[in-house]
Design a protein around this ligand. Structure first.
Ligand code: HEM
Ligand SMILES: *[C@@H]1O[C@H](CO)[C@@H](O)[C@H](O)[C@H]1NC(C)=O
Ligand SMILES: *[C@@H]1O[C@H](CO)[C@@H](O)[C@H](O)[C@H]1NC(C)=O
Ligand SMILES: *[C@@H]1O[C@H](CO)[C@@H](O)[C@H](O)[C@H]1NC(C)=O
Length: 494
């Protein structure tokens, strides 16, 4: 009951504010223009298409795919008082993602601000530009090379922890793995998540993700003012305290050490991998970032850098388990290239494995949709006019499953990524890491991490299927997830 009351109350307040005259004046023009797009029928004047979002998240996901198919190449979507445009063709997506004028993120990222403040993912304009400049060196190959050491170490621990011949809940396995990796590389802190404080942090990360999703699917809770009425508001506050307190303390401790030792030069760094945090401290010395800024970025990496990789790995393991011949081809390639543990250079040379990862991210793009705020008017290739200020959603999942671009789209076929086959495709027909200036800064990091753990697993185990891709039900979550946890059988390779 409280649930319903608070929802209605927030809704009424939202409507009151947003229908104020000022808003009407500014938005009426855009509204009238966008009305002309086709799209799914709206349920009443007030709710628009929100009923599409208020179903359970597997239904939401399925309905969105259907709408995408029915209204290619563009459709409108009413969220309360606003109309968003959804673009589906690679040509139109290129128009938006490749033009820095449209770099500003769409509205729903506001829901992320309480946690990530305005870190790289959520910031805009000059702030984003400065931050991107500071953080780009953190993904330079010199540093990635050192991270490979961490990846290998954790991957070895992972394979040792797996019970032979057992059907493994890879959801938990990969989630543990990727969270450890990002903590160690971003903050330079090894976590086993055994102490209560660490476990609480981990729980807070997972639970905050759920609350974020709730706010996005109940869009009247996106604005902070109205979020006050959310049934999860107080829980969210408590979780955010845990999250921020944890990173703040790690940063404080690390900074003390940094002040004592200083940034170690390349040659004598020895085996100790450099963390991204060291770079941020360095930037702080030059006064281009402050403590709050550092924390924003650490929180951002913790958010963006683990669930995405974990989801990609879960689906990749399932696909490989269901495609034994492909698995064996990867192992053959590994045997030709790798001595004991893969080095940075070895990983570059694993071309077939790379195609498998690409194809897996085509089928299951961890970040399945992104949104942007148009910085100027756009006329799409299909001839539609989108005025400045329009919120545009790009459903990456739908592009990747378009049968005109990818014949037999549900089939796992790594050869789609042979160079000659890529050449025939529009470059924006494959965008798991987005594209343009605001693409994923962690793309190389993620690919290396995935390759290392696949090497470790496939050299020790043969993967056998427990779940088939046909039976996996996907959810409209912030990161792509399956309704039921995915299991894979790990059989020792003799
Ligand atoms: C398979 C794994 C990953 C996928 C599929 C992925 C995908 C994406 C996508 C689609 C975006 C664009 C988001 C948007 O426009 O709103 C993005 C941005 C970003 N990603 Fe990733 N990501 C992955 C891994 C990582 C990792 C490992 C890190 C960090 C170590 C990371 C850090 C970031 C950051 C900071 C941004 C914001 C960049 C900016 O706006 O300048 N990602 N990612
Ligand atoms: C699998 O692991 C996830 C993540 O830890 C957990 O929430 C879930 O309950 C597990 N599922 C099964 C079937 O054990
Ligand atoms: C994941 O980590 C937790 C500790 O946070 C541990 O209790 C659990 O056994 C781990 N699960 C797997 C599958 O490694
Ligand atoms: C914040 O973290 C520190 C160090 O981990 C801990 O001692 C303190 O109790 C935490 N405070 C809160 C409010 O959680």
């Amino acid at each position: 009951m409280m649930h319903i009351v608070s929802n209605i109350f927030a809704l009424v307040c939202t409507l009151f504010f947003v229908y104020s005259l000022k808003w009407l004046k500014r938005s009426l023009k855009n509204y009238i223009i966008l009305q002309k797009l086709s799209g799914p029928p709206r349920q009443g004047f007030i709710f628009g298409n929100v009923s599409y979002l208020c179903e359970s998240s597997d239904v939401v996901f399925k309905q969105l795919r259907e709408v995408g198919r029915n209204f290619y190449p563009i459709y409108k979507f009413f969220v309360l008082h606003e109309i968003g445009a959804n673009v589906l063709s690679p040509e139109d997506i290129e128009l938006i993602l490749s033009n820095p004028v449209h770099n500003e993120k769409g509205k729903f990222y506001k829901a992320l601000h309480r946690w990530l403040k305005s870190g790289l993912l959520t910031s805009n304009g000059e702030k984003w530009q400065t931050r991107r400049k500071i953080l780009t060196p953190a993904f330079h190959f010199n540093i990635l090379q050192q991270f490979v050491v961490v990846f290998n170490e954790e991957a070895q621990k992972l394979v040792q922890s797996v019970k032979h011949d057992s059907s493994v809940n890879v959801t938990e396995l990969m989630s543990n793995f990727s969270l450890k990796i990002i903590t160690e590389t971003a903050m330079g802190t090894k976590l086993e998540f055994q102490t209560q404080r660490e476990q609480e942090y981990k729980k807070a990360i997972h639970e905050s993700g759920k609350i974020l999703l709730y706010r996005i699917l109940h869009p009247w809770f996106i604005e902070d003012v109205f979020n006050l009425f959310s049934p999860h508001f107080f829980r969210e506050c408590k979780l955010l305290k845990t999250l921020h307190n944890f990173t703040r303390h790690v940063i404080k401790e690390k900074e003390k050490k940094f002040e004592e030792i200083g940034l170690v030069e390349d040659s004598d760094r020895g085996k100790k991998p450099l963390a991204m945090l060291d770079l941020l401290f360095h930037a702080k010395k030059q006064r281009i970032i402050d403590v709050e800024g550092i924390q924003e970025e650490v929180d951002t990496f913790m958010f963006e850098g683990h669930d995405t990789v974990s989801a990609a790995l879960i689906f990749t393991l399932m696909l490989l388990a269901n495609n034994r011949n492909i698995q064996e081809r990867i192992v053959e390639e590994m045997q030709q290239i790798i001595d004991t543990e893969p080095t940075y250079n070895d990983l570059q040379n694993l071309k077939y494995m790379e195609r498998c990862i690409k194809e897996s991210l085509r089928l299951y793009p961890s970040v399945h949709f992104i949104t942007r705020h148009l910085g100027e008017d756009v006329t799409t290739h299909s001839g539609y006019f989108l005025p400045k200020g329009t919120h545009v959603a790009v459903h990456i999942y739908d592009i990747h499953h378009n049968p005109d671009i990818y014949p037999d789209p549900e089939k796992f076929d790594p050869d789609r990524f042979l160079p000659e086959n890529c050449q025939k495709r529009h470059p924006f027909a494959y965008i798991p890491f987005s594209a343009g200036q605001r693409n994923c800064i962690g793309q190389k990091f993620a690919t290396l991490e995935m390759k290392v753990v696949l090497c470790a697993i496939l050299s020790k185990f043969i993967l056998e299927p427990v779940h088939a891709p046909e039976n996996v039900v996907l959810l409209a979550d912030i990161v792509l997830r399956s309704k039921d946890d995915i299991r894979v059988k790990f059989v020792p390779r003799s």
